[in-house]
Design a protein around this ligand. Structure first.
Ligand code: AMP
Length: 281
């Protein structure tokens, strides 16, 4: 496995890989890798000749007062985990190499970025789509791998890749969880032991929602209330949003039908966590 830190070098490497006819599987991450990231890398390994993993904490996707500076970083550990999962190249650029001083171009996906995380994190998705578009331009992947953990992000990126004819296939892989149900996240390290226990209300509330729906409940408002009730049992929890939307277009559902995305964001103390599930009704 090699580490490339320069945008130009990565671009040249991708060019020569393409020329030699090798397929490129790409896994963009912000590092501090865990099993969720590694499952994406393994999937890329199974399906491509060359696997590129980027590690880049992207400043434009963080709002004011968010955790850009505190975001956990451990490059040596990431290098080991990426190699073990099957990466050939770790692309680890500096922010001032990714964004030249006169950078003026941003990518915005409309509508799909308005609700859910988009309304509580203004500008977040503009930062995400811009960096992913730029990384696609440098790495030139055939297929890029994203996690269902960030359900809205996966939908937004699929739309961007299709609308801009990027020629990149987007694969979305299932959420990887700890044994007790907590969705893996680099941000879980922020949690104190008591908060770590409280954080289980996210997955538990989704389980409750699923069982209500399996029992015949179809009223979205009632399901949301049940989710809120479970979340509010945790002393350190403060709900950011609970949403039940059409899983394809993210439009609010009043009545559960078709493929529904149930998504929530909850502050556990100061740490904002997200989780979701898709239910076919
Ligand atoms: P991040 O480093 O948090 O930006 O995540 C990089 C990629 O890993 C994104 O596509 C995430 O959706 C995905 N990912 C993060 N956590 C998980 C998880 N628990 N299960 C599956 N994919 C994940």
């Amino acid at each position: 496995m090699i580490v490339i830190t320069s945008v130009r070098e990565m671009s040249e490497k991708a060019g020569s890989l393409k020329k030699s006819g090798r397929t490129i599987g790409f896994v963009p991450t912000m590092g501090y890798l865990h099993e969720g990231h590694c499952s994406l890398i393994r999937s890329a390994r199974r399906n491509s000749d060359t696997v590129v993993v980027s590690i880049f904490v992207n400043p434009p996707q963080f709002g004011r007062g968010e955790d850009l500076d505190a975001y956990p970083r451990d490059f040596k550990r990431d290098e080991r985990l990426a190699e073990k999962a099957g990466a050939d190249i770790v692309f680890y650029p500096e922010a001032n190499d990714v964004y030249a001083g006169d950078h003026r171009t941003f990518v915005t996906v409309e509508k799909l970025t308005e609700g859910l995380c988009g309304s509580s994190r203004p500008g977040h998705f503009r930062g995400v789509t811009t960096v992913v578009a730029k990384l696609f331009g440098v790495v030139r992947p055939d297929t890029a791998y994203f996690g269902q953990k960030d359900a809205q992000q996966a939908i937004v990126i699929k739309k961007m890749a299709a609308d801009l004819n990027m020629g990149v296939a987007i694969r979305v892989e299932p959420i990887v969880r700890e044994v007790d149900g907590l969705a893996m996240s680099s941000r879980n390290v922020y949690l104190s032991p008591a908060e770590r226990v409280d954080a289980l209300v996210l997955s538990r509330s989704l389980k409750k929602a699923r069982s209500l729906i399996e029992g015949g409940q179809r009223n979205a408002e009632n399901v949301k209330e049940a989710i809120e009730e479970v979340v509010n049992t945790a002393p350190s929890a403060a709900i950011d949003y609970v949403a039940i939307v059409n899983a394809a277009n993210l439009i609010d559902l009043k009545t559960l039908q078709g493929e529904a995305l149930i998504a929530l964001a909850v502050f556990i103390g100061k740490t904002r966590l997200i989780d979701n599930c898709i239910i076919h009704v």
